[in-house]
Design a binder for this molecule. Sequence first.
Ligand code: GZL
Length: 335
Amino acid sequence: MAGKKKEILSWALLFFAVFTLFASCNKTEDNNKEDEQKNGIILGFSQIGAESAWRKCNTRSIKAAAAESGVQLLFSNAEQKQNNQIKAIRSFIAYQVDVIAFVPIVADGWDNVLREARDAGIPVLITDRKITTNDETLYAGFIGTDSEQEGREAGKFLVQKFKNSDASRTDPVRIIEISGTEGSSPAKGRAAGFREIIDECPEYKIIYSESGDFLRSKGNEIMRWILASEYKDFDVVFSHNDGMTLGILDVMNERGLNPGKDIVIITIDAEQAAIDALGRGAVNCVIECNPKFGPTIMTLAKKLAKGEEIPRLMHVHEEVFTEDNNVESIPPRGY
Ligand code: GZL
């Protein structure tokens, strides 16, 4: 009997040993999968700051997409300083991230730090704003908005608007331009695209242009100054982003002016507040600049981490909303 008991015990012990071994293999496998998910690629991202509703939405899109796709995100907010971006990129290099992505606050001054990233073998993806460089080996590709086209759309709306309204008009159409951050690709691109269209029509005249740095407070300040200056009689405001436009509208409303009726207002971004202003007739044209390309950034970063090629230039889809649109049909903007 004792022998029988012994035999059963040995079988039980053998079964337990085999079961434990099998379970631990599974566990290791699960751990590996979990590790891979958790420790996917490491992406170092330098964002310029939080200067507008657009920027905050862009950041939300990037962070949500990283979490969704298992990308480990090292996120740095440069607080509007190029130097902080350069320091962040250097820290990503030191940390040996798999990929670096960033929004260049201005177009110039990136060659040295991007050369360091290239020499460290870390691919770079440029997002939202563009850089100026003669060395195409410094980055793998660009994903973002087409600022020149946004400027052209503003010009096309304006020309159409005045063609329809008063064909007999002989005096010039006096335009105020409130532009974005000096030296940034959106400010340069929007200005260039707008001029490409209106320069074909001599009756359009930009009587005053100043950078509002994409800030609502600066838009407000500049319009306050203009209304007390020799430029106070104008027909159109072309503002490079909705934040500055909202600051401009605040002053106009304070002064009992009639934006959208006596003064044509054209703005870029298409944040909800601008669409609402379009709906109440305070703005005539809102050109979309789409901030929600976080998922595409993650897809491109994963390709780069695997050593795959990506398109050199990718522009996100953008719409134009005008006073002729049924605003109710425009989906909620989310920013
Ligand atoms: C444009 C983007 C601009 C937005 C602003 O691509 O860089 O920066 O138009 C934002 O609202 O601050």
